[in-house]
Design a protein around this ligand. Structure first.
Ligand SMILES: C[S@@+](CC[C@H](N)C(=O)[O-])C[C@H]1O[C@@H](n2cnc3c(N)ncnc32)[C@H](O)[C@@H]1O
Length: 274
């Protein structure tokens, strides 16, 4: 098993999630996207960040979208449900793909979304297959970034958009571990702003927008922590995925942002039309 998959792998994840939902008083036969969002939108600012980026690229019905590092499928289901696009998810972690499939069936969205286990560095898709390439909080686990963005460019149709929501390296020095995507540096690869621009442009992309959303991320952490103080720890949350050291990961994440060791980036790039 790949070290990244070992980090995310979880024994009986589907049942653990369903049990947590039931303990929260949800009817697991009538689940909504928002019921699952505390766990299946596995990135800072959850559904808000997903909606914001979808609006920015102008997603529309019928578009073919590939979500690279699709996780438990929350973003892909939201894109399919809100905009009517067809979304394929690709993820290295097989358990996540299986759970993503099961949750999609439960939400009645399996006609629009599907998942495939595989590596973003060698995608099992034909050249120029997708209108949109979508990726959130995944490249942090991938060291071979030149290969990653070249591969993304290959499967994107000319004129198609690449939407990126990732954590990048800041000027403040090395990050503190453990973090939600890595307990140590062996599976953490943060590019700087300049490096990422270089990788994208070398792959052939034209950068259309580049936005530092760290302040929005920090405001979200503040709101989450106020909510926990008021209502106590939620039953359904990322701790289910990441285990007992999740609180330490969250604290490190906050410290790294506050000390400019890392930053949150939302960027849109385009594969020029022929
Ligand atoms: C923090 S999760 C984010 C999941 C999802 N994008 C979301 O925002 O809800 C990172 C995901 O990237 C996947 N991943 C990491 N490296 C990958 C690779 N080389 N190829 C495909 N998926 C990868 C992991 O398995 C994990 O599911």
């Amino acid at each position: 098993m790949h070290n990244v998959e070992r980090h995310y792998n979880h024994g009986d994840l589907e049942q653990t999630i369903l049990t947590a939902l039931e303990r929260e008083g949800k009817d697991i036969e009538q689940l909504s996207l928002d019921d699952l969002a505390p766990i299946d939108e596995f990135h800072i600012r959850g559904p808000e960040a997903t909606r914001e980026m979808a609006e920015e690229i102008g997603l529309a019905g019928g578009m073919q979208v590939l979500d690279v590092g699709s996780g438990l499928g929350g973003p892909s289901r939201r894109l399919a449900s809100n905009y009517g696009c067809c979304v394929k998810g690709l993820d290295l972690t097989e358990t996540y793909c299986r759970v993503a499939e099961a949750l999609s069936v439960r939400l009645g969205l399996d006609h629009l979304v599907s998942y495939r286990t595989g590596n973003a560095l060698d995608m099992p898709f034909e050249d120029m297959s997708f209108d949109v390439l979508w990726t959130q909080h995944t490249a942090m686990n991938i060291g071979a970034k030149a290969q990653l963005y070249t591969e993304m460019y290959r499967v994107l149709k000319p004129g198609g958009h690449l939407a990126i929501y990732d954590i990048i390296a800041g000027p403040g020095g090395r990050v503190y571990f453990p973090l939600p995507w890595a307990r140590d540096p062996s599976i953490s690869f943060l590019a700087t702003d300049d490096e990422l621009r270089h990788f994208l442009e070398t792959a052939g992309f034209k950068i259309l927008s580049w936005r530092d959303t760290t302040a929005d991320g920090l405001a979200w952490f503040k709101a989450k922590s106020a909510q926990i103080k008021k209502l106590g720890k939620p039953i359904l949350g990322y701790h289910i995925l990441l285990g007992e050291d999740f609180p330490q990961m969250a604290r490190n994440q906050l410290r790294n942002f506050n000390e400019n060791r890392m930053a949150l980036l939302q960027a849109i790039a385009k594969r020029p039309a022929n």
